[in-house]
Design a protein around this ligand. Structure first.
Ligand SMILES: [Zn+2]
Length: 746
């Protein structure tokens, strides 16, 4: 088929147009489409799109979420549901109990969404667009001839005219087996029901599909094999099929199904093994409870009593569900060496028991220390709920997410996290309660509904996105990698989801630092913390300008920071605040120009130092009125001074002026809120309300260098000792410290 040059891909929504359309299209709710497209025309258009797809003529994947509406609930087989036909549907008007039965008559088009032409029982045709389900070209959710049930169906208008049936929530689309009671008799296909009666053949065909990465087909074949095996008992074949199906489910993030299958496999094994046939292992529900209990204990010695392949699957499921260990003992060098861009997922347990979520009384829920922690201690280690491991450089994995309802857009890391969250929640009802308990910024209040105690919570994709946006973390493959990046490089960070960690509140002066190694998120104490203290973390490094800072907190997360720095910065006279910013910008451009001219001259450094002193005056006690003459910044960071003091420290170092380097390194620490001073041969570092970060680690290194060249070895060693501890705090482990400190010749 030859395409005319002007043929446009109308299966891909242009987000800007779609947004405009959503806001401006006339309200046609309850009406029926005025015109109908013929079967031939629909199929022809579809084939042209398939051709575009095969030629690679597709834009970057855009996931488009329309205005929110609730998902269908309960079972498609419930007595309250009623079957409707295409001719019954109205525009934008959803009947919660309606079910539309359709059969696909084309191969699906799979890119941003999955599109297929379908017919109903009466022979009417339509285009169906399914969003937010696994959109894998090799293994599409529907194939030609699939029978599907669409719940609460309605017509949705397309930007370029015409109408389609659009599905956004996973529960609104149900794939039916050919022998399902709902399938109309005219669609029965005897062939589907007679082939592959032999479990061995099913297993073989399933294995073949698995190798071709057609996972859903593999599942289907193993399931069929298990049905046949139930007629003619054959424990070995049964165990094998359960084991295989369990493996596929793990690949597809279907942990609930995987745990069910493995429990059955273990119980069947026990029943057919004489020495286990009277043990608890014959009870699948006891085995399943063990698989899901998140404990490292194995009181029934299950893992030592089952064959190795089953034991390995059990370990896999337990790690993926999440195990909790009682101590912060990790072999960090081994874990760190294992982790890479393609190997993010680490077999390690969580360490959560010394922290707890509680009400703060003033700002919602928060996370609290259950025991005392010393500076540098591990407080909490958590494996990601979801951390997508896509290929950073691959154009095929480009993806953007648009929410038309509130006009937000998320780049690739957020879009991938959203996709994976929806899948994980869709297939694991047991994980939903914990997830949907997280803050959604008021979405549920506005759009939610009553959920009965025993009701399975359906996956509302709109709510998933609100929760994602408010609770996700940006994560490098390894935090230590960020230290070894060339300056000003901007590595792409992944977006991941750590449930327990989401409860920690922001403070500009946090008492903890978070780091990442693969899918493990570490929290370490940035200073000594007492039992019962609330744990805080910086969501982002605070902006110098208090107004911008507040604006960012409000618009991104919807909170007001009540930390001491925000209070103090906020109570400074407006004029002085403005002057600080003005001088900061002036000094910054002066420093930039100096940087361009090559090595600085002593005169230029003296000039910069004078300008810095003028700025320091803007932080003097007199600058903040009504504080009783005390210095309100005595222990607080002075953010506007950080950049110039960093420049001067490094500049004095570059001209080998040791005394000035030491003076300014101490100033730099001080401007980050860390008071360092020497008493004889002793270094005193007071960090009540400062930032530990890579710059403060460097400042300590500069000090160590300076003291070494002055022959003050004891002071130098104390600086280094502190720097090494802070290195662990900001990267999570000691890994890479040799290189980092080696670069300083220390
Ligand atoms: Zn603050």
């Amino acid at each position: 088929m030859k395409l005319s040059a002007g043929f446009r891909n109308t299966y891909e929504e242009v987000p800007d147009l779609a947004k405009k359309f959503v806001n401006e299209a006339p309200n046609e709710t309850g009406q029926r489409p005025k015109s109908k497209v013929s079967r031939d025309a629909l199929v022809r258009t579809h084939q042209r799109h398939l051709k575009l797809l095969s030629e690679g003529s597709v834009p970057v994947r855009s996931l488009v979420l329309p205005k929110p509406y609730p998902p269908a609930r309960g079972s498609v087989h419930a007595t309250s549901t009623k079957t409707v036909h295409l001719g019954d549907l109205q525009i934008d008007s959803r009947d919660r109990d309606a079910v539309l039965l359709l059969r696909t008559i084309t191969t699906p088009y799979v890119w941003s969404s999955t599109v297929a032409v379908v017919e109903d029982e009466t022979g009417d045709v339509a285009r169906v667009t399914v969003w937010n389900l696994e959109d894998n070209v090799v293994d599409p959710i529907v194939t030609k001839g699939s029978i599907i049930a669409i719940r609460q169906p309605c017509w949705t208008r397309l930007v370029d005219g015409g109408h389609h049936i659009r599905v956004d929530h996973p529960s609104d689309l149900v794939l039916l087996r050919p022998d399902d009671d709902l399938v109309p008799e005219t669609w029965w296909n005897d062939e589907d029901l007679v082939t592959n009666r032999d479990p061995g053949q099913c297993k073989q065909d399933g294995d073949m599909m698995f190798l071709k990465k057609r996972f859903r087909q593999a599942l289907e074949l193993y399931t069929r094999g298990l049905q046949y095996v139930s007629n003619t008992p054959d424990p070995a074949a049964e165990i094998d099929l359960y084991r295989k199906r369990c493996g596929v489910s793990i690949v597809l993030l279907r942990l609930d199904d995987a745990a069910n299958d493995l429990s059955e496999a273990i119980a069947t094994h026990a029943r057919s093994t004489p020495e286990l046939s009277s043990s608890e292992l014959t009870n699948a529900s006891i085995v399943k409870a063990w698989l899901r209990n998140r404990s490292t204990e194995d009181p029934l010695h299950i893992s030592s009593r089952i064959p190795r392949p089953l034991k390995e699957l059990a370990a896999r499921i337990k790690f993926d569900v999440g195990i909790n260990q009682p101590t912060p003992d990790y072999n960090l060098p081994v874990i760190s060496a294992y982790v890479g861009p393609l190997t993010l997922h680490v077999d390690a347990a969580n360490y959560l028991c010394d922290t707890e979520v509680q009400n703060t009384g003033s700002h919602g829920r928060g996370q609290f220390a259950k025991r005392d922690f010393k500076e540098g201690d591990l407080i909490c280690v958590e494996k990601a709920f979801v951390l997508p491991g896509y290929f950073m450089q691959d154009r095929n994995s480009d993806c953007l997410l648009y929410s038309l309802g509130d006009g937000t857009a998320a780049p690739r890391p957020g879009a991938w996290l959203f996709k994976e969250l929806v899948q994980k929640l869709r297939w694991n009802p047991s994980l939903r309660k914990e997830f949907f308990d997280m803050t959604d910024g008021g979405y549920w209040e506005e759009h939610g509904w009553e959920v009965a105690e025993d009701e399975e919570i359906p996956v509302d994709v709109f709510r998933v996105e609100y929760i994602r946006r408010l609770n996700c973390f940006s994560a490098p493959t390894r935090s230590s990698d960020l230290l070894n990046q060339p300056p000003n490089s901007n590595p792409e960070l992944r977006n991941g989801f750590w449930t327990h960690a989401s409860y920690i509140n922001h403070s500009c002066l946090p008492n903890t630092i978070r780091t990442f190694i693969g899918d493990l998120r570490f929290l370490r104490a940035a200073r000594d913390i007492a039992a019962g203290e609330e744990l805080t973390n910086q969501y982002v490094a605070p902006d110098i300008d208090i107004n911008e800072r507040r604006e960012k907190f409000r618009t991104t997360w919807g909170f007001e920071c009540d930390c001491q720095l925000c209070f103090t910065d906020g109570s400074v006279d407006k004029g002085i605040r403005k002057e600080r910013l003005g001088q900061f910008e002036e000094l910054k451009s002066m420093v930039m120009k100096l940087g361009e001219k090559g090595p600085p001259t002593i005169t230029s450094l003296k000039k910069t130092a004078r300008a810095l002193r003028e700025m320091e005056a803007l932080y003097s006690p007199a600058s903040a009125e009504g504080q009783g003459g005390e210095d309100p910044y005595a222990t607080l960071p002075r953010l506007a001074l950080v950049h110039p003091s960093l420049f001067l420290t490094e500049a004095w170092r570059s001209v080998k002026n040791v005394d000035r380097t030491i003076e300014y390194a101490i100033k730099l620490l001080r401007n980050f809120g860390i008071i360092a001073r020497t008493e004889g041969k002793e270094l005193k570092v007071d960090n009540q309300a400062g930032f530990v970060n890579v710059e403060t680690v460097r400042a300590l290194n500069y000090l160590a260098e300076g003291y070494t060249s002055r022959g003050e070895e004891e002071l130098a060693n104390q600086c280094l000792e502190k720097a090494r501890l802070w290195y662990i705090i900001i990267t999570g482990s000691e890994v890479g410290s040799e290189q980092f400190f080696g670069d300083f010749g220390l």
